[in-house]
Design a protein around this ligand. Structure first.
Ligand code: SOE
Length: 383
């Protein structure tokens, strides 16, 4: 049966632009879907670079103004892969134009912006999603299935880290095309919105909502040259952030992220300790889920390392033969597959904008707690 086209208008061509484009281009080959993503248009301010990217990845056309992209009748879904300070304006305009929206994480600069974005997509009734891709690593989805089946029993602890080391040099400028993540005006925050947001999204998906937080944040290098102005300017992002929290289910959480952990490039790990069993996962070995079950017979009891690559593991039946690995980029392919299946079934795939707003609320509370050195309640939907 001929597939229905899902015309994609991509805004931005950085690292995430590639990851998402690769997912649209690949998904139809591995997942049986009614819709086939079509790389309709790539939008970026620099016409030459936009054309180069479009040619390389197979986009049919190029725009240099996102408003022109959104105005096009032949675009069904807008993918927002630009710095966080542009998410709100583009999302609201895209929603008003009736486009579906797939937006990079974090949803926005802060809760107020995220709230306005949620209202816009809900008013327009357009499908929406935020790219928290790690939910779709098969071992992480498998962890979700194990937890939801009640196997862990009551959960006591949730621990997560996201550690990197790419900003240690004092000579690294802030701001500008590839370095906007270091500029609070473009990013909203540092590691909290960039890295901890991933940990928080996974945590609330696996273990439920967070009630309150107590955080510490640090900016190790206080001034850097700004790439756009050439001036030395104050650094206002958080270089490192750690926080404690209480989950709604009574468990305790401990989270840490930094870009100053020499030797770590993208060490995302989590561990969950329950009454009967524990689970551990590490992005560097993303196929493995470590599992300890206390209910097993005494002498044989121990940590199991499950290679999540068999046909009956989440998503894996769509790929190669059992036992063969897939990688980081496949988490994005899975997210597109789920988004499209959500269109087909009428039950939207998460995280929707509304789901991602919960993560934003926790990020805002963490930053406020770090600044005020006090425990902060996380805003609840009914407050
Ligand atoms: C930062 O270095 C970064 O690329 C994040 O922006 C991504 O969201 C994360 O997945 C990997 O690290």
């Amino acid at each position: 049966m001929a597939k229905k086209p899902l015309n994609i208008g991509m805004i931005g061509y950085g690292f995430m632009g590639k990851a998402h484009t690769n997912a649209y281009a690949t998904v139809g080959n591995f997942f049986e879907l009614e819709y086939e993503p079509v790389l309709k248009a790539l939008c970026a301010r620099n016409a030459e670079k936009a054309q180069e990217f479009a040619d390389n990845w197979g986009y049919e056309s190029v725009e240099t103004d996102w408003r022109a992209l959104i105005a096009r009748d032949d675009i069904d879904a807008v993918d927002i892969c630009v710095p966080n300070n542009l998410h709100k304006e583009i999302s609201i305009a895209a929603a008003e134009a009736g486009k579906m929206i797939l937006c990079e994480k974090p949803i926005a600069m802060d809760v107020a912006e995220g709230e306005a974005m949620c209202e816009a997509v809900e008013k327009a009734g357009v499908n929406n999603m935020v790219w928290y891709n790690y939910r779709r690593v098969p071992a992480v989805t498998f962890a979700k299935n194990i937890i939801d089946s009640g196997n862990l029993g009551r959960i006591f602890h949730y621990r997560a880290n996201f550690l990197q080391d790419w900003t240690i040099s004092e000579d690294l400028p802030q701001g500008g095309e590839a370095l906007w993540r270091l500029d609070a005006d473009a990013a909203g925050s540092g590691v909290t919105g960039d890295l901890l947001a991933h940990c928080i999204d996974t945590a609330i998906w696996l273990n439920g909502g967070i009630k309150d937080v107590s955080a510490m944040t640090e900016t190790f290098i206080k001034e850097r040259v700004h790439q756009d102005t050439g001036e030395v300017q104050k650094v206002t992002i958080d270089d490192a952030c750690a926080f404690l929290c209480h989950f709604d289910n009574g468990s305790l959480g401990l989270f840490e992220s930094t870009r100053y952990a020499r030797g770590h490039k993208a060490l995302y790990t989590f561990e969950i300790n329950g009454e009967h069993a524990s689970i551990k996962w590490d992005l560097h070995d993303l196929h493995r889920l470590e599992y300890f079950d206390h209910r097993l017979e005494g002498p044989m009891r121990g940590w199991r390392s499950i290679h999540v690559s068999d046909g009956d593991h989440p998503y894996m039946g769509n790929w190669w033969v059992p036992g063969l690995n897939i990688g980081y980029e496949h988490s994005f392919v899975h997210q597109v597959a789920d988004f499209i299946q959500g269109l087909e079934s009428g039950t939207p795939a998460g995280p929707t904008f509304r789901d991602a707003l919960e993560t934003q609320k926790i990020c805002d509370a963490v930053l406020e707690s770090g600044a005020s050195r006090s425990w902060q309640d996380v805003q609840k939907a009914d407050v």
